[in-house]
Write a protein that binds this ligand. Structure first.
Ligand code: NAG
Ligand code: NAG
Ligand code: NAG
Ligand code: NAG
Ligand code: NAG
Ligand code: NAG
Ligand code: NAG
Ligand code: NAG
Ligand code: NAG
Ligand code: NAG
Ligand code: NAG
Ligand code: NAG
Length: 808
């Protein structure tokens, strides 16, 4: 009855629209009615198509946290309103002004205010004038070619052939071997982004142990869970316990496998609202939200039936999982802003990285990721950010010993942004942050104009002759930097600094430069950046690496330094063959130079810079082996207050961090003095402070030196390559080094004291107090405040806003 009536209506509409064919614009567009769209008809964004029996509805919808519209279909009476199919999942329509139309050729188009129309049936081989599109009661949106009497001639296109994340009763999951068509479900990226995301569900027709196919859930292509044996009689799958325990199970499953096609399908006998939906967190649910496969099961609970994670990380156990918590992490975040990754990608990446202990999504629409490796601080204030935190009880240092060789390609380097702030204030702030970013972009042109016209700044075009003017900073054009570094070629890469890679370059005038490419999206606003650069560039000292200028291009910021041909101190000092290049005279000169540079930084009247990350790799050597401190002022450039005395964002590198800084985040010039003391001991001994770490956790170079000092055998510390000259100077240096690494900051000398001790010599030196090396490492492992690096410096925190995890 109903079908007949529908045919009658269709026929009338068809006749009407035929009158319009050829001149659709001259006649008033008719509206789609009932369950069908005819050529020339329009379904407006406020209208819906309803299937003949009223089961399904098709129309436009939008999602929270998104300003886009989509064409979708859903059960009309589903109280949860879950969308079971999306017509334009890859092409969100900006705004809400959109119409679905069928043109005279039978093309189904979404016409919208924001760009070119989206054609739904563009894959359709044939176009036919006598087409219409009908929403059926099974939830299939079908384009058919009609005979003149309104009966169906053939099906041209159907939504069941383009499944999104949902399998409705009657839909196929599998492969058509004749057309190559694959019916696969793919989850959305997140609940606000419909594009294909992390998980996919397919039917694998290979004979498994039971001679049938099975469902396979994949995470980014890797097998994640398999359904096991399909038992059509008992209406269950081996690995879906719920189906066999639920006595009211009304499912009917079947599969077909022949030379033409192989697929799985199901139906429900009662006609209830049913949909097998793959969610972005990996859950497989049916219509009443009963869970067939729970979310995130196959990592945390590896024993769940069917879990088949292909490459499980060695450092995690089934006792661990991520739990949603409120609070924040100490230490910097690693951000990946890629909006094609969703929550479960973040979860899997964090799970697979042994030093990762927490994550959350980065963007408001739950795409992109932030990762942490520091300690988590619970915070129950309402509205604080929800973060997923590893609930492991074991210390992270235990994990780290397994971490080498893991697939850590993901963490290349991500330089964090103002994310620490964002993190504390959460989602709402996230939105605000994006607004700020927008303002920044708007201001960019103005600032660049100011940069290039300000009397303190000179464009690179007129460089060369004003280098003598001291603190002038040049703005280099991006093109000139690209040319100088040969498009940042890998041959020109000098290394990986704390804030991004460093490249060697040669300007067209022939001057050699080092370009520090600060990773994208990092740092603060342009104005502050500019101000800091001007300040930093004013610091001129023969023991500081000179900042020549900067380059700003869009998101990207670069600092241009003078080039140092002899690389960094660690490169020579810790290399068994090159170490002999550094005789005592040179080493003493280096110690003295660093001391002078540091004194200048600490004393320079207006700035009073605390370096905070002094270490051998930050000491560069010029052609005469004169030391030059690099990376100073980075804390300022990255927008932090230099006079703040306490911070919970630990900057620095293990082995060089003073106890008070590592434990409490308190820093002062005396923290730099501590690092300098470690440097002295390293320079004298030719050994890395943490090179002992490997053998005995309780002792490092400081501890070793102290033991020798106590035993009166301190000269054993001296590098055997140094010979026996200048013993007095060596002794003074070691003595000063031990004074610098004393536990209490107040006991350590200032840099001015250090210089008079080193040069004066007449002043009788106080006896050093015992350093806190043993307790420090103990406390650190208890506190887990920052993941320690193991053995060499594979991991170091270089600033609040950047971390290096070098892939190995
Ligand atoms: C949506 O658009 C409005 C107005 O243009 C804007 O204020 C809001 O931030 C947008 N929301 C998202 C999630 O992009
Ligand atoms: C949608 O259709 C209505 C009326 O049919 C029309 O007024 C409106 O401009 C159309 N919108 C677009 C984006 O084509
Ligand atoms: C389409 O309909 C026209 C009449 O409107 C008819 O003449 C023609 O044969 C039909 N074409 C097909 C392919 O059925
Ligand atoms: C999700 O958010 C990101 C970052 O704001 C944005 O680039 C992307 O277009 C958004 N995607 C959708 C579908 O809203
Ligand atoms: C899927 O089928 C192929 C053969 O068609 C087989 O080699 C493969 O192991 C199967 N994968 C799973 C996860 O069952
Ligand atoms: C699958 O199993 C059936 C029945 O056990 C058997 O006839 C068929 O050859 C098998 N196919 C493959 C590809 O192993
Ligand atoms: C169905 O379940 C019953 C009882 O659990 C079992 O005895 C029977 O073997 C099952 N049928 C099949 C085809 O596995
Ligand atoms: C496979 O397709 C061919 C041609 O379309 C048809 O003749 C044959 O009967 C089909 N086989 C099966 C098992 O459906
Ligand atoms: C699966 O599809 C086939 C062919 O379309 C159909 O004959 C069968 O009844 C369907 N099975 C179920 C359980 O709906
Ligand atoms: C069992 O199945 C019925 C319908 O099939 C459903 O309403 C009910 O929620 C299921 N029970 C559980 C525990 O999921
Ligand atoms: C971590 O969470 C998982 C799942 O929630 C649980 O099984 C495990 O016992 C928890 N471990 C700890 C140490 O709390
Ligand atoms: C973003 O993520 C997707 C999915 O993992 C990946 O295919 C793509 O290459 C990523 N894009 C970038 C720029 O990293």
């Amino acid at each position: 009855m109903a079908a007949n009536q529908r045919l009658t209506t269709s026929t009338i509409v068809l006749i009407l629209s035929c009158l319009c064919v050829g001149g659709p614009y001259t006649c008033h567009a008719s509206h789609a009615q009932g369950d069908t769209i005819q050529p020339g008809q329009v379904l407006r964004s406020s209208e819906k198509l309803a299937s003949a029996g009223g089961t399904f509805e098709l129309g436009f919808f939008s999602l929270p946290k998104s300003n886009y519209s989509y064409l979708g279909l859903w059960y009309k009476n589903d109280p949860s309103g879950l969308v079971v199919w999306v017509g334009n999942r890859n092409n969100p329509i900006p705004g809400t002004d959109a119409n679905l139309t069928m043109d005279a050729d039978g093309k189904l188009k979404i016409v919208h205010g924001g760009g070119t129309p989206i054609i739904l049936n563009s894959d359709q081989e044939l176009l036919a004038q006598n087409s219409s599109a009908t929403l059926t009661d099974s939830g299939n949106f079908v384009v058919t070619e009609l005979n003149l009497d309104g009966s169906t001639k053939r099906v041209l296109w159907q939504s069941f052939d383009y499944p999104t994340d949902t399998l409705l009763p009657g839909m196929k999951l599998g492969t058509n071997f004749q057309t190559g068509q694959k019916w696969v479900l793919t989850s959305w990226i997140s609940e606000s982004v419909t594009a294909p995301g992390t998980f996919s569900l397919e039917w694998n027709n290979s004979n498994n142990s039971n001679g049938m196919g099975q469902l396979v859930l994949r995470l980014r292509g890797d097998v994640y869970w398999t359904s096991g044996k399909l038992d059509t009689q008992n209406r269950t799958f081996q690995n879906i316990p719920l189906l066999s325990t639920n006595s009211s199970n009304d499912y009917k499953f079947s599969y077909v496998s022949n030379e033409n096609e192989s697929f799985f399908n199901y139906s429900v006998t009662t006609g209830r609202i049913t949909m097998w939906m793959v969610f972005s967190d990996g859950q497989l649910m049916d219509g009443f939200k009963s869970v067939l496969v729970p979310d995130n099961i196959c990592y945390g609970y590896a024993s769940y039936p069917g879990c088949a994670v292909e490459k499980p990380p060695v450092c995690r156990s089934s006792l661990e999982n991520f739990e949603q918590r409120s609070g924040s992490f100490l230490g910097p975040a690693f951000n990946d802003q890629n909006s094609s990754v969703g929550p479960s990608d973040c979860w899997a990446r964090c799970w697979n990285n042994c030093s990762c202990v927490g994550y959350r999504t980065f963007n408001t629409n739950d795409t992109g990721c932030s990762f942490w490796s520091g300690a988590f601080v619970e915070d129950n204030t309402v509205g604080s950010t929800k973060i997923y935190v590893l609930n492991s009880t074991s210390s992270s240092s235990a994990d780290i010993s397994h971490s080498t060789g893991k697939k850590w390609w993901i963490w290349v380097i991500v330089v964090g942004v103002a994310v620490l702030a964002t993190l504390l204030l959460g989602f709402l702030l996230c939105v605000r942050r994006r607004k700020l970013k927008g303002e920044e972009e708007r201001n960019e042109e103005d600032v660049l104009f100011e940069l290039t016209t300000s009397n303190r700044f000179n464009d690179s075009n007129e460089t060369g002759n004003n280098r003598e003017k001291g603190h002038q900073v040049k703005v280099f054009s991006f093109a000139s930097i690209m040319a100088a570094t040969d498009n940042f070629s890998s041959e020109n890469k000098l290394g990986q600094g704390g804030f991004g890679p460093v490249y060697k370059g040669k300007l067209h005038e022939g001057q050699e430069i080092a370009v520090k490419r600060i990773s994208k999206g990092s740092g603060q606003g342009l104005v502050e950046f500019k101000n800091e650069i001007i300040l930093i560039a004013k610091l001129q000292h023969m023991n500081l690496v000179r900042l020549l200028g900067c380059c700003i291009q869009g998101d990207e910021k670069m600092l241009i330094y003078e080039y140092m041909p002899n690389k960094s101190l660690d490169f020579l000092l810790f290399d068994p063959t090159k170490r002999s290049l550094l005789d005592w005279k040179k080493r003493y000169n280096i110690i003295e130079g660093i001391a002078q540079g540091l004194l200048y930084l600490h004393k320079y009247s207006r700035l009073r810079i605390i370096h905070r990350d002094l270490k051998a790799s930050n000491i560069l050597l010029d052609e005469n082996m004169n030391p030059k401190i690099s990376d100073f002022g980075m804390a300022r450039i990255f927008g932090r207050n230099d006079v703040e005395a306490n911070t919970n964002r630990i900057v620095g590198t293990y082995g060089y961090m003073s106890p008070e800084y590592a434990m409490d985040g308190t820093f002062s010039e005396k923290s730099d003095v501590f690092s300098f003391g470690v440097l002295i001991l390293e320079i004298v001994s030719g050994r890395k402070n943490n090179s002992f770490y490997h053998y005995d956790h309780s002792i490092n170079l400081i501890g070793y030196a102290w033991e020798l000092w106590k035993d009166g055998a301190i000269l054993k510390l001296k590098d055997s390559m140094l010979g026996d000259s200048s013993i007095r100077q060596v002794l003074i240096c070691i003595h000063v080094g031990l004074l610098c690494v004393q536990e209490k900051a107040i006991d350590r000398p200032t840099m001015a004291d250090v210089i008079s001790m080193l040069t004066g010599g007449t002043m009788s030196l106080p006896d050093p107090k015992e350093p806190d090396y043993a307790q420090l490492s103990l406390k650190l492992s208890l506190k887990e405040s920052v993941s320690q690096k193991e053995k060499s410096s594979s991991y170091c925190v270089a600033s609040s806003s950047s971390v290096i995890l070098s892939p190995r």
